[in-house]
Write a protein of this length. Structure first.
Length: 159
């Protein structure tokens, strides 16, 4: 239909709409379903009923008590799946003819350029480890029961 460019990066941000949808939609669906299942599980807990019986509004109970506890499995899943999300960039950048790390990995595999491939995989591993660390820090900040006093002080310094 010609609404959006299919390949290349000549049209600025419009060139990244279709690749962004192709890369993000499967992960968004996965995390949305997990968030829904987690929220349904949390809503049926006794402390939610207790908060409602104290007279708190439904919105307050959902946001302050329910959502905070329901988001923890979603954050954990995001941290675990960050490597799979990054590996999808190889396919997305190749299909949509975009420049990037994924395209460089694909080119280095085809040309047997192993030093570049090792470097890109090393950088990807560092990004994945830092993303997992960041998710763990957020997880510890949201749920303080998961940490000790020493770790709490260090988290407060970082965040």
């Amino acid at each position: 239909m010609g609404w959006l460019p299919v390949a290349g990066s000549q049209n600025g941000l419009f060139s990244y709409i279709l690749p962004g949808i192709a890369a993000g939609l499967p992960w968004a669906v996965l995390h949305t379903r997990l968030a829904r299942a987690s929220m349904l599980e949390v809503i049926n807990q006794d402390y939610i009923l207790f908060a409602l019986s104290k007279g708190l509004s439904g919105k307050t109970v959902i946001v302050r008590h329910g959502l905070i506890n329901a988001i923890l499995p979603v954050l954990t899943n995001i941290g675990v799946n960050i490597g799979g999300f990054m590996s999808g960039f190889v396919l997305i950048e190749t299909i949509f003819n975009l420049p990037g790390m994924g395209r460089l990995v694909y080119s280095s595999i085809n040309t047997h350029d192993f030093p570049v491939l090792r470097g890109m995989l090393f950088i990807s591993a560092i990004i994945a480890v830092l993303a997992n660390l960041f998710v763990d820090l957020i997880h510890a900040k949201i749920d303080p029961r998961m940490t000790t006093e020493i770790v709490k002080e260090e988290i407060d310094e970082v965040l």
